[in-house]
Design a protein around this ligand. Structure first.
Ligand code: AMP
Length: 251
């Protein structure tokens, strides 16, 4: 039985199967400006629920560092903080989604970022019979986003995310999980981050409206809080969406 006096994370640690039961198979799009904490929240949700995590940024970075011709094209856009053109990104990401086993649920992180991408994603997921359950929207004030991103360090091998002030690794600049030297992303400088935040307002915020109008549930989470609090709010929001979906099916 769910004890409403206890934080949901505590409950799920005490009885993981119960919380997982409510969110198993959830297909969620994670949205938010750069620095809202999408990467850290994804890691925690995936650890807890075992859903498949698909980060468009990670997939594009892997292609970029492969040395391919496509990788060189991606580098130009990514290092400048610009969006990769829709026709390129849609092809890469939809191909990745089709090859996944999403029976345990899906967490889409960083895709879609434009309304054109959202429409193409809807078409592809409809063909696969895997509609989206909800959009998890993280947000925080711009100064908070900037501070978070410019201090961010990432493990290039396992993808774990650190912050030089708020979440440093145990050994200076070395990943706690796999011992690899951490990197500061080329697009995590203040100037590039400002450009990425502007692009978010211009290109990605209309995607939220698109989903709202399509009747997809939007779970808004204030991400100006500790990671534990943000994850707790996110889990509760996803749980509510899945419960209302189940009720809708049975009523
Ligand atoms: P992220 O790791 O999600 O911040 O993405 C890093 C960079 O990859 C972005 O600044 C874009 O250049 C590119 N990117 C990632 N996802 C997309 C997308 N859905 N559409 C276009 N560009 C993207």
């Amino acid at each position: 039985m769910i004890d409403r006096m206890k934080p949901i994370t505590e409950q799920s640690q005490a009885n993981p199967s119960e919380s997982s039961m409510h969110t198993a198979g959830a297909r969620i799009i994670l949205m938010g400006p750069p620095g809202a904490g999408k990467g850290s929240v994804s890691d925690r949700l995936v650890d807890k629920f075992g859903m498949v995590h698909l980060s468009s940024g990670d997939i594009l970075r892997a292609e970029r560092s492969s040395g391919s011709e496509l990788g060189e094209t991606l580098k130009k856009y990514m290092d400048a903080g610009e969006l990769v053109p829709d026709e390129i990104v849609i092809k890469i990401i939809i191909k990745s989604i089709s090859s996944l086993d999403s029976s345990k649920g899906l967490l889409l992180d960083g895709f879609p970022r434009t309304v054109i991408q959202a429409k193409q994603l809807d078409d592809a997921l409809a063909k696969m019979g895997l509609p989206i359950h909800g959009v998890l929207l993280l947000d925080a004030p711009e100064e908070v986003l900037l501070k978070r991103i410019t201090g961010r360090r990432i493990c290039p091998k396992c993808g774990r995310v650190y912050h030089i002030e708020t979440m440093p690794p145990a050994r200076d600049n070395i990943c706690d999980s796999c011992g690899t030297e951490l990197i500061h992303r080329d697009d995590d400088t203040e100037q590039v981050v400002r450009e990425r935040i502007n692009l978010y307002h211009k290109e990605t915020e209309p995607v939220i409206e698109y989903y709202r109008k399509s009747g997809v549930k939007i779970i808004e989470v204030n991400a100006d809080a500790t990671i534990d609090e943000v994850v707790e709010r996110a889990i509760e929001g996803i749980r509510q969406v899945i419960l209302s979906e189940k009720k809708g099916k049975t009523s």
